[in-house]
Design a protein around this ligand. Structure first.
Ligand SMILES: NC(=O)c1ccc[n+]([C@@H]2O[C@H](COP(=O)([O-])OP(=O)(O)OC[C@H]3O[C@@H](n4cnc5c(N)ncnc54)[C@H](OP(=O)(O)O)[C@@H]3O)[C@@H](O)[C@H]2O)c1
Length: 447
């Protein structure tokens, strides 16, 4: 500031943590973030830490400095903060590493330090990390890692377009992390990830499946993962989702649990954000969350009719509306909606359910007309009776209607895997093919 007062053209750059560049991950070997990454992956342990990581790829910082200096008349006298305005949580980073093929065990910070001390004898970066941690956080992790400085970056954000950096501040997201981990592993600075060995037609695609904790959604998630998709599993029961996820991981697939109630727009948006951070932008959305209660229109079970409309209609719209901007932005994507043969013909004992599936049909058809020219596909799958928990009669449902109208015990129902195969067929087609509707029923019970 003194130089500026004497008439010198000065720009002040205040840098936050600098990470490797976005092409090669060339990174200061003594940087804490890099050493922490090495500590986590070499120990196979993720310490419980309330840490929000902030870093900026160093090539972005150098671009800003060089370009601003080339426009001294515009920028002299300004202070630019190069501190990432969107830090990510350490938990999310560890989740991302897990879904990217690293096996990590959650441990307490103190136990992690014990493990690091053993590794330090044979590994120089771990010894450096321990020294840094003893210096920065002598009384435990929570004190040091709990602090995050925030800076006002409005001045920099306002200047980015004039610096020719319209795409804005680099986000710390899955694609950047993937480059870092791959390049650092190539140079032997990080261990290599266990690869996803399922190499089907959908390798590298990201799919989001609602209703993945049971029945058709679960079978679809498993089939997509077998075919190479990375799958975000959505439903309310986190414990069930974790079981499905473990099954997919055991089969060398990639999956992440994103618990959410689809009737809540906020929870759906949080699930999509989690999918984007951990796996990337969804290429495929399968809407399988749904409920079905046998209730005749005059049985007065209004809480069940409300629930049917909330989950089957509103819930489906919530997820479509949450992913649609992403797919439209990218000019591609496939939305698969679980309708029903009750979306094509009325079924007694299921008036509101039938209505909800007619809604799914009408909504999907109009949606298809709106987005087909923008590169998107919309498929309606219309299964007949499938042997899943949906077919059970709840205690508070209309048991007489269930007895009279349910298909249970009357013919051989479809299995969830039969529907999953039909969905796989639709999503594996080349981009110019739209499999718009699939009616798949028990051979013995056509409508
Ligand atoms: N089974 C059939 O005969 C049949 C026939 C035609 C069409 N379908 C349609 O296929 C879809 C899947 O049915 P299914 O047979 O697989 O049923 P299911 O086994 O009962 O599974 C339903 C799934 O929906 C989820 N779900 C329910 N309410 C939810 C909410 N509010 N938020 C998030 N997830 C919710 C459940 O998970 P949580 O409980 O963990 O939230 C579960 O994963 C439904 O849309 C259904 O209408 C089924």
């Amino acid at each position: 500031m003194k130089a500026r007062a004497r008439g010198m053209p000065v720009i002040v750059y205040r840098l936050g943590n600098q990470a490797g560049d976005r092409a090669n991950a060339a990174w200061n070997p003594q940087d804490l973030t890099l050493l922490m990454l090495q500590g986590v992956l070499r120990s196979g342990q993720a310490p419980r830490l309330n840490w929000r990581l902030e870093f900026t790829p160093v090539d972005f910082t150098s671009e800003v400095i060089v370009r601003a200096m080339a426009q001294l008349s515009l920028h002299a006298g300004k202070i630019f903060h190069l501190v990432n305005p969107q830090p990510i949580s350490f938990d999310l980073l560890c989740d991302w590493l897990s879904v990217s093929g690293y096996t990590l065990r959650r441990v307490d910070y103190a136990d992690w330090l014990v493990e690091l001390r053993q590794l330090a004898e044979a590994c120089q970066p771990i010894a450096s990390l321990l020294r840094l941690l003893e210096e920065l956080a002598p009384s435990g992790g929570s004190q040091y890692f709990g602090q995050l400085s925030t800076f006002d970056s409005r001045q920099l954000r306002a200047a980015l377009p004039s610096l020719g950096l319209e795409s804005g501040y680099p986000a710390i997201e899955s694609s950047l992390l993937a480059v870092y981990v791959a390049r650092l592993a190539e140079r032997g600075l990080l261990p290599r990830a266990r690869r996803n060995t399922s190499g089907g037609a959908l390798l590298g695609k990201v799919a989001m499946v609602t209703g993945a904790s049971s029945g058709i959604g679960q079978a679809v998630a498993q089939a997509l993962a077998r075919d190479g998709c990375q799958v975000a599993l959505v439903a309310r029961r986190a414990d069930q989702l974790e079981q499905v996820r473990q099954g997919i991981l055991a089969a060398q697939g990639v999956a992440v649990a994103c618990p959410a109630d689809v009737t809540s727009r906020a929870e759906v948006e949080a699930a999509v954000a989690r999918c984007r951070s951990l796996l990337g932008q969804p290429d495929i959305l399968v809407n399988s969350a749904g409920v079905m209660y046998y209730t005749r229109a005059f049985s007065g079970l209004t809480h069940l009719t409300d629930r049917t409309i909330d989950v089957n209609c509103r819930g489906l719209v919530h997820t479509v509306e949450a992913v649609l901007p992403i797919m439209l932005d990218r000019g591609g994507g496939h939305i698969v909606n679980l309708s029903s043969d009750a979306g094509r013909a009325p079924f007694p004992g299921l008036a509101v359910y039938t209505g909800s599936k007619f809604f799914v049909e009408g909504y999907s058809r109009a949606l298809r007309l709106e987005v087909a020219s923008r590169g998107l596909r919309v498929t309606c799958v219309q299964p007949g009776d499938v042997r899943t928990p949906l077919q059970a009669c709840r205690d508070d449902a209309d048991s007489e209607a269930h007895k009279e109208f349910s298909g249970q015990g009357k013919y051989t129902m479809l299995e969830p895997e039969d529907v999953a195969r039909a969905i796989l067929y639709a999503v594996q087609q080349p981009p110019h093919v739209g499999v718009n509707e699939i009616l798949v029923e028990s051979r013995e019970a056509p409508i």
